[in-house]
Design a protein around this ligand. Structure first.
Ligand code: FES
Length: 169
């Protein structure tokens, strides 16, 4: 007899702790396909945008066809798919990070690069996004550069962190 695979057993794409936040939303709804929109909201709030691997993980976990998940993600304007920049910098603007200076980080990016949250530099090198909580509040203010969490970011350091990440590729 073939036992059904529990949705909880769908492995997350990586050991990034933000997947636990996403899984918690799905678990709270019993992995019901009806949890799709709320789960996508959680992904966006945790990651800043909906990347392909996140859509695949959600589709598998909620036993939905990937096409359906893409359909919903592209239909609603409040969801952001992977931005066009070659690199991404997601600034957390959740309470802990906001109190510790997230706004000055965004202001700095705006002043130095001329781009605001949701925008991409004219050379398409870097997209700036925001998230509501990266699950790393102890590291506030935290940003994620190309998927790597950087904590305790001070004003004046963010561009160095971005350059280091971009040059490491
Ligand atoms: S509020 Fe920024 S990581 Fe939680």
């Amino acid at each position: 007899m073939i036992m059904p695979v529990s949705a909880d057993k769908v492995p997350p794409p990586s050991d990034d702790k933000r997947w636990k936040i996403v899984s918690a939303t799905m678990r709270r709804h019993g992995y019901s396909p009806n949890a799709l929109i709320e789960t996508l909201h959680t992904v966006q709030e945790s990651f800043g945008f909906l990347e392909d691997e996140a859509l695949r993980f959600v589709a598998q976990s909620l036993s939905l066809p990937l096409s359906k998940v893409y359909g919903v993600a592209t239909f609603y304007h409040f969801f952001t798919l992977k931005p066009q920049g070659e690199h991404t910098c997601v600034v957390c603007t959740g309470t802990a990070c906001y109190i510790k200076g997230a706004k000055s980080l965004l202001d700095e990016l705006h002043q130095k690069l001329g781009v605001k949250a949701g925008e991409t530099t004219p050379d398409n090198k870097l997209s700036i996004l925001t998230a509501r909580c990266l699950g790393s509040c102890g590291l506030a203010p935290a940003v994620v550069i190309d998927g790597n969490v950087v904590g305790n970011v001070k004003t004046g350091q963010l561009l160095h962190h971005i350059e280091a990440q971009v040059n490491a590729k």
